[in-house]
Design a protein around this ligand. Structure first.
Ligand code: ADP
Ligand SMILES: O=P(O)(O)O[C@H]1O[C@H](CO)[C@@H](O[C@H]2O[C@H](CO)[C@@H](O)[C@H](O)[C@H]2O)[C@H](O)[C@H]1O
Length: 445
């Protein structure tokens, strides 16, 4: 890294980085703007986080969005003369212009040295430029834990330290309060043990306030619900016991959230707004993924049905993107729930709105269907029995059975399936058939 710090300003650095990011950024799984070219970049924030490691917030400009409203991504970029062979997969590119000319730029989260120093920085509260390091004084984070980057391709990047802590580094940054720190902190303070308690976090104040990373205890030896469900299916095993326990765990989280944060009542007008938002999302999804178009009238009927039920409904903070991959089995019938970020494609204020808890239930019901659809022969009865067991487990703990609100449940399932069509079209086109099968079913029911 050149020593002359004044050259590391956003304006000066851009000629070094923009050509490299053009190639590298759109190829990352967590890049949310797939399907639209990137026409330019700006650097919303630059901080020398560690020697040889820049912390950047990069705004990607894409057609259809004003340049100042483009998506913002968090990057930790290492700069070295030569990249040692083990770091070859982390290569972003070789700078040929600007202050980094002649240097190699790489994804520093893949560098164990940087990852180790990052944990060290997280162990004490403080600030560095716009960055704010916070921690829970009641949770001891030991020094020197060995880091490893999780191989799973996710919406964000996660580092596991010594199999005792996991640091989630958000990739697409949303300005405002991030529920993935907000809700686990609230739940921990209210004694809910279903969610790993945040031990430390990084926030920024520039260009606006945002949560950048969260460190939590790593649930060693746990297995995620998605993998467990796939194994059960592959071995033609029943999964209803697990589904029942998952229903209970979901209800416990909902009960704790309702006790800790405001619960509101949705009257007729709010229910109509809720349905209108579902219609809007469907319209946008059908424009982006035209295979949805023939099913639009049938799907709309599911949303309209909600407005015909006049009963007032309680709404509260929910998980917002609950699926099997967000659950970890920690013991025989013990489940933890993770990743309270909500659906990454939606604005934060929308994700943080109180919503009927059935929304999370619908997400999980979709997940049983997903799991069953990934294997041949397709076993609809496997998904059906899990869905029933999950609702029964939920009812046993919450005291209210989600199946007693069939219109709302169906509308949320439909809304989720539409979201999934868009998600798969953008991120995993080979999976598109999975939510499309649900779309066909839900449009005809
Ligand atoms: N506290 C934890 N203990 C053990 N594994 C975890 C924990 N938190 C996350 N993971 C693992 O990391 C993966 C990614 O975490 P997640 O919060 O879902 O990130 P993303 O938003 O990128 O999907 C999860 O699927 C899970 O396997
Ligand atoms: O885990 P994330 O917060 O990144 O959630 C996103 O990606 C999920 C896929 O990894 C996606 O979930 C969909 O696929 C799952 C199987 O991989 C399935 O269990 C879910 O039911 C299905 O929705 C999720 O929608 C998306 O937001």
């Amino acid at each position: 890294m050149p020593k002359a710090a004044p050259t590391l300003t956003p304006v000066a650095l851009l000629p070094s980085l923009a050509p490299l990011l053009h190639e590298w950024l759109p190829r990352q799984r967590w890049f949310a703007g797939k399907g639209r070219p990137v026409t330019g970049f700006s650097l919303a924030s630059v901080t020398e986080l560690l020697p040889g490691c820049l912390h950047l917030l990069v705004r990607a400009e894409q057609p259809g969005t004003a340049p100042e409203a483009g998506d913002v991504y968090q990057l930790l970029l290492g700069v070295r003369k030569v990249l040692p062979p083990p770091l070859a997969p982390a290569l972003v590119g070789h700078a040929t212009a600007g202050p980094l000319t002649g240097l190699t730029v790489y994804d520093a989260l893949q560098d164990p040295q940087v990852a180790a120093l990052l944990l060290e920085r997280l162990r004490t509260p403080g600030r560095l430029g716009p960055l704010r390091f916070g921690c829970d004084a009641g949770i001891h984070v030991p020094a020197g834990l060995a880091p490893r980057l999780l191989a799973a391709e996710q919406s964000n990047s996660s580092l596991v330290y010594g199999d005792t802590f996991i640091l989630k580094v958000f990739r697409r940054i949303h300005f405002g309060v991030n529920p993935d720190l907000e809700l686990p902190l609230v739940l921990a303070r209210h004694g809910c043990l279903r969610v790993p308690a945040p031990a430390a976090w990084i926030r920024t104040e520039r260009p606006e306030s945002a949560t950048l990373a969260v460190l939590q205890p790593y649930l060693r030896g746990s297995q995620d619900g998605w993998q467990l469900a796939l194994h059960a299916l592959a071995e033609r095993r029943d999964f209803t016991r697990e589904a029942h326990a998952l229903g209970r765990a979901t209800a416990e989280v909902h009960t704790a959230l309702a006790a800790a944060l405001p619960v509101v009542t949705l009257g007729r007008a709010q229910t109509e707004l809720l349905a209108a938002a579902m219609h809007e999302r469907l319209e946008a999804a059908a424009q982006a993924v035209p295979t949805l178009l023939p099913h639009v009238p049938g799907l709309r009927a599911a949303f309209d049905a909600v407005t015909k039920v006049t009963a007032a409904r309680p709404a509260q903070r929910v998980h917002g993107d609950l699926h099997l991959g967000q659950t970890l089995r920690t013991g025989a019938d013990d489940w933890a729930v993770i990743d309270f970020e909500g659906e990454p494609a939606r604005p934060l204020n929308e994700r943080r709105r109180p919503q009927p808890p059935v929304r999370d239930v619908a997400g999980m019901l979709r997940s049983f269907d997903y799991a069953a659809r990934t294997q041949l022969p397709w076993r609809p009865e496997w998904a059906e029995s899990c869905r029933d067991a999950y609702c029964a487990g939920y009812a046993a703990s919450a005291g209210t059975d989600p199946r007693d609100e069939p219109e709302l449940l169906r509308a949320y399932e439909t809304d989720k399936a539409v979201y999934e069509v868009l998600y798969e079209a953008r991120h995993r086109p080979d999976w598109l058939a999975v939510p499309m099968a649900a779309v066909r079913r839900l449009a005809q029911d």
